[in-house]
Write a protein that binds this ligand. Structure first.
Ligand code: ATP
Ligand code: MG
Length: 219
């Protein structure tokens, strides 16, 4: 049986219920055996400000996924060092898991920028993309990327909540569009709230909340 692995990359600064709920929903829908969270070492699109050490971001993931036997965290991008590019990570995962099918989960906000990613066209031949809905972003804007052969009108059905899922085939690898239960949570908002002394309860696991307070992150 081919192993089906879900991969979620990001800065996870910090990890929150948006990441966790989306990853679990997709794991269940697509019957993936594992969900691997991979914190980036240095995110290619972001500046250094507000970034706790990579090891601290990894530790928060470890705390967050305790209790889900399907989830693991990988330190491969941290060990590799330098800028973290998804193409390098996916190639390394193919070597580590020969024959496995790789599903790269990404929020709609990130996917709409895919043309700026290193070797994005080759990347799309190496893994299936699973694009997750995100508050404030529209699936129909994917049409403008000009890389998937699907009419804007069909994509709009997802935005209008008439549909939860769409599978786009005919490309080198299938692309899954997934409207997931609404979790309007972002790490940016959590960091702002901590800085302003506001509550972050119920936006992320309690253990992560405690870790942030104890280590005075984002304060
Ligand atoms: P920041 O505000 O710092 O950008 P973030 O909340 O967007 O943080 P990232 O670490 O940038 O978190 O996200 C990693 C991946 O998870 C990205 O592909 C992002 O689009 C996706 N993602 C983050 N939050 C959600 C959410 N609430 N629902 C669905 N996908 C999400
Ligand atoms: Mg983000």
């Amino acid at each position: 049986m081919t192993q089906r692995l879900g991969i979620l990359g990001g800065t996870f600064n910090p990890i929150h219920f948006g990441h966790l709920a989306a990853a679990e929903e997709v794991r269940d829908r697509l019957k993936l055996e594992k969900g691997i969270f991979i914190p980036s070492f240095l995110p290619p699109h972001k500046s250094d400000e507000d970034i706790p050490s990579a090891v601290q971001r990894q530790e928060m993931i470890r705390l967050a996924i305790r209790g889900n036997a399907h989830f693991t965290v990988s330190d491969m991008e941290i060990r590799r060092g330098g800028r973290s590019y998804t193409i390098d990570t996916i190639e390394a995962l193919h070597q580590a898991h020969p024959g496995a099918e790789l599903y790269f989960l990404t929020g709609l906000d990130s996917f709409l920028e895919i043309r700026t990613w290193k070797d994005w066209d080759r990347l799309m031949t190496l893994c299936s993309f699973v694009v997750l809905s995100r508050d404030g972003y529209r699936f129909r804007d994917i049409a403008q990327l000009g890389l998937l052969d699907v009419p804007e009108q069909e994509l709009s059905a997802l935005d209008a909540r008439e549909k939860d899922q769409m599978l786009i085939t005919g490309e080198s690898r299938p692309v899954y569009l997934e409207r997931i239960p609404f979790y309007d949570i972002s790490s940016t908002d959590i960091r702002t709230r901590v800085r302003e002394g506001r509550s972050i309860k119920y936006r992320l696991p309690e253990a992560v909340e405690h870790y942030i307070i104890e280590n005075k992150l984002y304060a």
